[in-house]
Design a protein around this ligand. Structure first.
Ligand code: PMP
Length: 420
């Protein structure tokens, strides 16, 4: 019996009551993006209705008010992450841009021919491609930290690779394709002891549990607002102050300067040096509203509920003939990557969609992981705290219907026309 009732949370998310193909929506694609509570939608609306002005440059009341709201949003998010100095929290468009910022600025400044970059086998493309671009530009080399068969990181291999003194270790906090939670505190400590600079991709961690950057031990932490119930187009990069201060800007333009002449430019200090151009003001305000929302809830109750969802979904789906979960290690968030034997993943996703169940099928922007698993892709059901046990059962029932009705001999298109 699950002691936590998610109904009180569901009421706050207007989108959860829409219907899809005539069915009530069962939204299990939270790893792609999360739904937004009314308070976030209202904060963004309110800004455009009554507070819209550009920031940091106006000489009028509305601009001063927008600047205050924008900078308070930065303070809010920084404080939530345990960051004292909010100037070390840079606004970006999201995780992808945050990692590109580090690769282009810190990376080009520090990496040389034959320097070693360590990436994880399960990395999202956003934590692979920027480093490949950097390696091409600098002559640095990339090595991959393998996973064990159960999806956890292969610690022995990791330590062997650290023995080769990498310049940079780019870790993932939680795998978006497997749901595995990696022991980043230990991984960061060991990488730092080996002399490396460490970046952590936190995109899939923050939606599920609180993270304190004052104790995590990394040098850079990247995340996206839209994965933590905030708007799209906003995210952040946190970096150690001394590293950020020494790094060159990566984009030039307005907002990031102190003094410009045709003879040269003096850059502004943190955080503005890294924030060229008009920022996503409404996005930052919306993200702060999302953090306010999360902070006002019992996050432990959310975590307990999500673990109950995971267990319930796994138990129910395990009864489905041909259901095969993809290994995801000992600690994991509420995400199930799986196959349904005899059925193409896209067909299954399409079938589930017709039943109102939204999941994702494919490589989940982790093609090297899929290659190592020998799979073209998987199905992924990713839960958030607002999902219900009944929704987990609906997923299993819909899969069961497909598995029981025929053994993949009838195309899904025909199934949809049949009566069940
Ligand atoms: N890393 C991980 C682990 C992710 O799940 C995602 C989003 N799927 C990203 C990076 C990229 O995030 P965004 O597209 O918001 O920049």
């Amino acid at each position: 019996m699950n002691p936590v009732d998610p109904k009180r949370w569901r009421r706050d998310f207007p989108l959860l009551s829409v219907r899809v193909h005539g069915q009530p929506l069962v939204y299990l694609d939270n790893a792609a993006t999360t739904q937004k509570p009314r308070s976030v939608i209202d904060a963004v609306n309110r800004f455009y209705k009554t507070g819209n002005a550009n920031v940091h440059r106006g000489s009028h009341a509305l601009s001063a008010q927008a600047t205050t709201a924008f900078e308070q949003a930065r303070d809010r998010v920084a404080h939530w992450l345990g960051v004292d100095n909010s100037a070390t929290l840079l606004w970006t468009r999201g995780t992808t841009e945050s990692i590109n910022l580090v690769a282009q600025s810190w990376g080009r400044q520090h990496l040389r021919q034959d320097d070693l970059i360590l990436l994880m086998q399960s990395a999202h493309h956003a934590n692979i491609v920027p480093w490949q671009m950097l390696a091409t530009a600098t002559g640095a080399r990339i090595e991959v930290i393998p996973l064990q068969a159960d999806g956890d990181i292969d610690l022995a291999a990791y330590h062997r690779l650290l023995g080769r003194k990498p310049a940079l270790v780019a870790l993932g906090h939680v795998s978006n394709a497997l749901g595995t939670i990696y022991p980043v505190e230990t991984l960061c400590r060991d990488a730092k002891a080996a002399g490396a600079t460490v970046l952590v991709d936190g995109a899939q961690a923050l939606p599920h549990f609180d993270v304190r950057l004052d104790t995590l031990g990394c040098d850079f932490y990247a995340f996206s607002g839209h994965k933590v119930f905030g708007p799209t187009g906003i995210g952040a990069l946190w970096g150690r102050r001394e590293l950020l201060e020494a790094m060159p800007p990566w984009q030039g333009g307005g907002e990031m300067i102190e003094q410009v002449s045709f003879d040269g430019t003096r850059y502004a200090g943190l955080p503005f040096k890294f924030e060229a151009g008009t920022p996503n003001i409404a996005g930052a305000i919306g993200l702060a509203a999302a953090i306010d929302y999360l902070d006002a809830q019992d996050r432990l109750a959310m975590e307990t509920h999500e673990q109950a969802l995971l267990q319930h979904a796994l138990d129910a789906c395990s009864q489905v003939p041909g259901f095969r979960p993809i290994a995801s290690g000992s600690r994991r968030v509420s995400l199930i990557s799986f196959e349904l034997d005899g059925h193409h993943q896209q067909d299954v996703a399409h079938w589930l969609d017709r039943q109102g169940v939204a999941v994702r099928a494919g490589h989940h922007c982790a093609m090297p992981l899929m290659q190592s698993l020998g799979l073209p892709g998987t199905l992924r059901a990713s839960f958030a705290f607002y999902n219900t046990l009944q929704e987990a059962e609906q997923l299993a029932q819909a899969l069961d219907q497909l598995a029981q009705s025929q053994k993949s001999t009838v195309p899904v298109a025909d199934l949809e026309q049949s009566d069940y």
